[in-house]
Write a new protein. Structure first.
Ligand SMILES: Cc1ncc(CO)c(N)n1
Length: 227
């Protein structure tokens, strides 16, 4: 069995819980309270900074230009100024620019972001790919499932967020990452790579939990912004 298949097999329960979390289910049904999505989106806006930085650090470690190009394509998609989804969505969700520009990480986002940066700074190219395999692979999985189930919620922000994580947008990237990881001879790095896979998957789950339940926040601050 390939490395990625064996890690997915080993952690299939948590992977399944992540991609079928009530946050995802209710987003697909259109019943997710807007307050929960708003809380999530403010945190994701913060998270994406570290995702971009880690990917750029990974690009600097790419073994060849083809590999660098795949990460470059991913970054271009996120950074393209025409991709104003966050700006439009915050308008729709009633979050002012002052609010989203000054949003700060809740404990789950902070820990996840710090982990990303650590892998970007200290890890190898394949370490970064393994992390992206989990962050983008889980999103591709729930996005694909909702699209295949015909979930097109009325809320335009939910709708667009689902479209953005389907095979048309993420399929090539996740497919290439999986092939690269499975082609490389990584048996000697299996323990660390599994730890990265598991840790990223755990944080992805906690990211939904924090958004869905609105806790835990920092002890000296409620991160629950008033709507
Ligand atoms: C927390 C999180 N994980 C993965 C993605 C997909 O890029 C995202 N936007 N946010």
């Amino acid at each position: 069995m390939s490395l990625t298949q064996s890690l997915r097999q080993q952690h299939r329960q948590l992977w399944e819980r992540m991609v079928t979390h009530p946050f995802v289910y209710e987003m697909g049904e259109g019943t997710l309270p807007v307050i929960a999505f708003r809380r999530y989106f403010l945190q994701d806006y913060v998270f994406v900074n570290d995702l971009v930085a880690m990917t750029a650090l990974g690009m600097a470690k790419a073994p060849d230009l083809t590999a660098a190009n795949h990460l470059n394509q991913f970054l271009t998609g996120i950074l393209n100024p025409e991709n104003d989804l966050f700006v439009r969505a915050f308008q729709e969700l009633g979050a002012s620019e002052a609010e989203y520009a000054s949003a700060s990480a809740n404990p789950a986002t902070q820990a996840f972001g710090d982990f990303l940066m650590r892998v970007g700074l200290e890890g190898t190219f394949e370490d970064v790919l393994m992390l992206l395999y989990v962050t983008e692979g889980t999103y591709l999985d729930w996005g694909t499932r909702l699209l295949e189930a015909g979930k097109r919620p009325d809320n335009p922000v939910y709708h667009e967020w689902i479209e953005l994580h389907g095979p048309a947008v993420l399929g090539d990237l996740v497919g290439w990452i999986g092939e690269h990881l499975d082609r490389a001879d990584l048996a000697h790095r299996r323990i660390r790579l599994e730890q990265i896979f598991r840790t990223a998957l755990r944080y992805e789950y906690l990211f939904w939990e924090a958004a869905y339940h609105g806790h835990p926040g920092w002890p000296d601050q409620s991160f629950e912004a008033s709507p």
